[in-house]
Design a protein around this ligand. Structure first.
Ligand SMILES: CC(C)(COP(=O)(O)OP(=O)(O)OC[C@H]1O[C@@H](n2cnc3c(N)ncnc32)[C@H](O)[C@@H]1OP(=O)(O)O)[C@@H](O)C(=O)NCCC(=O)NCCS
Length: 154
């Protein structure tokens, strides 16, 4: 599949009313999904939460935190049936643009070492390894490290 989008979805602010659909995707694509409370907290904290819809259909979403010249991408997700069609790349571009608008010079994210698909997306986008957080994620057997990746937005 090509990572060039044919139909371009709309980016919009995420609201509490989106959370049923968000949770349906979240629970379907992660072994350790965020809870509804995690999304609610992010909305209340004023994090930059966005949906990505093709017509009415929720294709994906992200949660971004921007402060003090840095941004952290806390969640980036594409519904299973829409993966490998360029949406992840397009949504990541939107997140990076939004981070820049909030004066971030650097974008950070964490990814599981076992998540080779996401790593391929991030590397292709220009992210580089910045470090490792030991025992960051829950996993089926104890904990899993996180790779910390960073992208310069300057
Ligand atoms: C990771 C994720 C956001 C990627 O979204 P996507 O829409 O599938 O990504 P794209 O179609 O833009 O892919 C761009 C490129 O990234 C790489 N890539 C993406 N997913 C991949 C996979 N599963 N395996 C290998 N390479 C992959 C490929 O190079 C791909 O280009 P190609 O399709 O032309 O080969 C999506 O798979 C997802 O939501 N996964 C589950 C949740 C998740 O892991 N989120 C990230 C947590 S850090």
């Amino acid at each position: 599949m090509s990572a060039v989008l044919k139909d371009v979805p709309m980016l919009a602010a995420m609201h509490e009313q989106d959370l049923d659909e968000v949770m349906a995707i979240e629970n379907a694509i992660y072994t350790h999904p965020w809870s509804r409370g995690n999304f609610g907290d992010s909305l209340r904290a004023g994090y930059l939460c966005r949906t990505w819809r093709l017509g009415r259909e929720l294709v994906g979403y992200f949660v971004l935190m921007a402060a003090a010249g840095e941004a952290h991408l806390l969640n980036l997700s594409i519904a299973a049936r829409h993966q490998r069609s360029g949406h992840g790349t397009a949504l990541l571009r939107e997140a990076a643009t939004l981070a820049q608008k909030h004066h971030a010079k650097q974008l950070f994210l964490e990814v599981r070492p076992s998540n080779l698909g996401a790593q391929a997306l991030y590397r292709r986008f220009g992210f580089r390894k910045a470090g490792v957080r030991r025992d960051y994620y829950p996993s089926h057997v104890g904990r899993e490290d996180a790779l910390v990746l960073t992208l310069s937005l300057a």
